[in-house]
Ligand binder design. Structure first.
Ligand code: SF4
Length: 330
């Protein structure tokens, strides 16, 4: 096989990290083939130093027409033996079927509620015979350069973080936010246990509140520098903490053990893999739709129907005690 193309244009940082096991499995299943990945900018930089990937083509926009045009240009030119897409929109399935000898175009078919998304995709690729079945459980793994790891270590030294706990309080989806007072309480308790909480967030309110609680604050960092910081934290026994969000997924893929705080999304489906603790708030919530999260009532609005003030009951249900215990256990 000469060419394999993976189209991963779901749009989020976390989506690309969820696709890393596919990169690993496709690369190892087709040694000698050229692997091209078409994926959303600016996250494409995560693959630019990846020895498993021979070419990265960024999609410079979220508009469907831009995605379709970029993928069309690549697939028409390459005409790969194998093409896989994680995205079923924008005419991509038909495009892959027209241009590739073998096309895998539906990795979302019949999802079980309790199977992690990336494992599900790997299993379907194995069932379709396009990856080695022995690779159907590979973890997400991000290639981090020694220089990036060293820069992360230098930053941790500057912050005085010998035993760091990287905190990721932000999320693009408000429904995934753990309450700020819970974060502040966790910071104080971790400090008392000799850990140094390091806040990785651009949100001023979070930075200010958690600094007041005793955390140190990382400067704004490009995304590859966050990966270097996470890898360096892992090297010195550090841990990451955060909700269901791309930077935490990135930290886990860079080797950091993480504590995942899950509420509106089901940990069984979106939980982190590897050396992790996934905590699920309000596991019995009947509004949650593990296999159709975008259709659940609270998803886009972050208005929880179970509370008087509409704050997400599931995130408030994640106990600080449990988070701190999970960090210390890792
Ligand atoms: S309805 Fe409320 S408790 Fe249930 S998943 Fe949505 S925000 Fe969480």
């Amino acid at each position: 096989m000469k060419d394999v193309v993976l189209v991963d244009t779901m749009g989020g940082l976390g989506d690309l990290v969820l696709a890393l096991p596919l990169v690993e499995a496709l690369s190892r299943s087709h040694p000698g083939a050229r692997l091209t990945v078409v994926t959303t900018a600016p996250w494409h930089v995560l693959l630019q130093r990846d020895p498993r990937v021979q070419r990265v083509v960024p999609v410079l926009g979220r508009d469907g027409a831009v995605i379709a045009a970029t993928a069309t240009a690549v697939l028409e030119a390459v005409r790969p033996e194998l093409a896989v897409t994680t995205n079923r929109q924008h005419g991509l399935p038909g495009l892959l079927e027209r241009t590739a000898a073998t096309a895998v175009t539906d990795l979302w078919r019949r999802p079980p509620a309790d199977e992690p998304v990336d494992l599900r995709m790997l299993r379907l690729l194995a069932e379709d015979g396009v990856i080695d079945a022995a690779l159907a459980a590979v973890p997400p793994r991000l290639a981090v350069g020694d220089d990036e790891r060293a820069a992360g270590a230098a930053l941790l030294d500057d912050l005085g973080a010998e035993r760091p706990v990287l905190l990721f309080p932000d999320s693009g989806m408000p429904v995934k936010h753990w309450p700020l007072p819970s974060w502040a309480d966790a910071v104080q308790r971790l400090r008392r246990r000799g850990r140094v909480p390091v806040v990785v967030s651009q949100v001023e309110q979070q930075r200010t509140a958690l600094a007041a609680a005793g955390a140190v604050i990382a400067p704004p960092l490009p995304i590859r520098a966050v990966a270097g910081l996470a890898a360096a934290a892992a090297d010195r026994g550090g841990v990451g903490v955060g909700g269901d969000t791309g930077p935490v997924r990135l930290a886990a893929a860079a080797g950091t053990p993480v504590v995942g705080l899950f509420g509106a999304t089901a940990a069984g489906r979106y939980g982190y893999r590897g050396r992790v603790r996934n905590l699920q708030g309000l596991p019995g919530c009947t509004v949650r739709r593990p296999t159709a999260i975008t259709e659940q009532e609270c998803w886009w609005t972050a208005r929880c129907p179970l509370t008087a003030d509409h704050a997400p009951a599931c995130m408030a249900d994640v106990a600080v005690d449990d988070v701190v215990a999970a960090v210390l256990a890792l």
